[in-house]
Design a protein around this ligand. Sequence first.
Ligand code: ATP
Ligand code: MG
Length: 293
Amino acid sequence: MIFDDFRFPFDQSKKLKDFDPAYTEELNNKKEANQYLKDGTEKLKDLQARLFAYDKYALLIIFQAMDAAGKDGTIKHVMSGVNPQGCQVKSFKAPSEEELNHDYLWRCVKALPERGKIGIFNRSYYEEVLVVRVHSGILVNKQKLPNLPDDPQNHKTFWETRFEDIRNFEKYLGNNGISVLKFFLNVSKEEQKNRFLKRIDKPSKNWKISVGDFEERKYWDDYMFVYEQMLLHTSTSYAPWYVIPADHKWFMRAAVADIIISRLETLNPVYPKVSEERKNEIEKAMDLLLRKE
Ligand code: ATP
Ligand code: MG
């Protein structure tokens, strides 16, 4: 790990504005970062194979970000070397009618990774304290909650309860061998604008344009407020948030890979030991195989 252990994790002594979206120290340029990422994907491949064989832990990686911060590209690049059978990605959009008939964690619980696997959430239950807080009409008009306070957007206790539930849920996951890693890809407002403009310029990127995303920029400051609240209340020792500088995609991808590797190394999954009895069985099977040919 070339990054300072204390650089990206969010803790309660920090503010979101302490994190520079354009930060690139430690990696001098794109070429160096890409080589670092390439080496990283090799390590990830090996660690994922060990995680699978060990079959006790799962790793849940959550990505949250403003639009165009680069969630999709980061997932694609960082996981590029990993066996697709050991990894699953789930994207969470606005909930369906069926999903709204359940508690908000329901759809996420269904998508949790099995032991031995890496599960990636592209957005997650954190939308419940982000978009739902910025547009609290969603709460009032869509979510069929009992005892909703008047003016939920400004009802501190309502959000504190959600944060507490989320912390408890993640604690429970950790206690059950599902290790939780959370990334907030921190893009600046200016860089988001550049990326939107590039999408308009490049015909191959036109399909990504959503006018709604442009409109959401009006709420930028509200989003920064709710993101900071989320970080403050849900960054814990067992499921920390990492605030990753996202203005330079090459830096962001290398940093994310590095942190995933570090977490997997901490879990230290090992190949199961083969017992003497099993070794004998294997030898016998080999004899049989050779004799038949
Ligand atoms: P991309 O645009 O790169 O395809 P995306 O994640 O932005 O990826 P979209 O379909 O554009 O995908 O957006 C999904 C939308 O669903 C986002 O605006 C998000 O805020 C919204 N969403 C996700 N979860 C919830 C939720 N629980 N309640 C309300 N809206 C949600
Ligand atoms: Mg989108």
